[in-house]
Design a protein around this ligand. Sequence first.
Ligand code: BGC
Length: 452
Amino acid sequence: MLSIPHDIITAKDFGKNFKWGVAIAAAQNEGATDVDGKGKSIWDSFTKNGSKIKGAAKLTTACDFYHRYKDDLLLVKALGFSLFRFSISWARILPDGTGKINKEGINFYHRVIDECLKLGLIPYVTLYHWDLPQELENKGGWTNYFINKWFSRFVTICAEAYGSKVKHWIILNEPFGFTTLGYMLGKHAPGKKGLGNFLPAIHHAALAQAEGGRIIRRLVEQAHIGTTFSCSQVIPYSDKKEDLAAANRIDILMNRLFIEPALGKGYPVDDSFKFLEKLQLHNKTWKYTERLHFDFDFIGLQYYFPVVVKHNSYIPIIQATEVKATVRKMPVTAMGWEINADSFYRTIKKIWLYGGVKEILITENGAAFKDELKNGIIDDRARINYFNQHLQAMLKAKKEGVNIKGYFAWTLMDNFEWSEGYHPRFGLVHVDLKTQLRTIKNSGYWWRDFLQ
Ligand code: BGC
């Protein structure tokens, strides 16, 4: 085992009340997609014929967390984390999304939660991490107004089943991510495209986010409730007026679209960005503003990279294009995402400066690199550097008064990276997908030392 010195900071610098965790998600890790009564999710369908996913990757086995959760939770413990974030597969609980409850699904998460508690790990449960039951998608999924009813029932079932043991709840994982990639660009499940799908999906996700919060508040005593947003600093390519305006439009979409309604400010409708006004049609006199608002106990900020954008009139609606980090010759991860910890710092400050945010948890941050397993060792220094730099950025924001209470590394082990398949490896633990053998990477040991 290797010990890597932490030249600059240690966990102690964050104070003894700061909490450290690691995050995973059901579809990316569980496997066992048709075991014990689980229904199909949109990701099971989307991966079915292999054409939409790199390497024709399937979810069938993934990291087999469904069967190996005990060993995997031991790893979480061994690495020194005290929080464990995971999501509940809706289709495991309600195979067709609404009807009959699947007892075996309910019991699986009881086992995971009980094991966490036995090991002294605090469970953070995400209610929706992108794996909608296929049966609901057949009825329009997030574009159907009834999704709010369906989601409310699912949340109610989870709250009633686990509420006495789980106090920390995350309603949605990155609504901008799943509505854009799944209902506008067609790159993620369910593969839908266009504004006709995107706009209603946005509105229904924003409603579900707030309503989910209200249900947990009502049903779970002493609940600590949050929801997560993907956040990126949006940097204009130049000082030209048109690039500044393009950056503003992308900022509205990527950073403001969901947090503002959640904070009670309504949708970020801007004169320069007419198409979002269509959201107003759904709520003419802002009658929904109140329903979109929920008094979240914490905001889950998820940060990976900044984006640089410039004006491009050939691109419909947004009239902007990203100037990729590789083109700008910036350091990148295996996803081609720019490594920029300063941008993380600025993003945290920006969210804090909104006002109305009581507490920030970094619910995801991490990086994929081309790891090499040599003689049983993965010397992933690039990932260690990534964490080191980003933790320093977070410490700076914390010292300047931002109420950040905790941090979750993404992710425990190499897993299914959505349309990118299994190729990008984000884990602190390497997974041999043929044998399911786990090998702690040096970044995992680095965390263990850091947290000691
Ligand atoms: C998602 C994760 C994903 C990670 C890296 C986040 O947007 O919540 O599921 O694996 O980014 O792409």
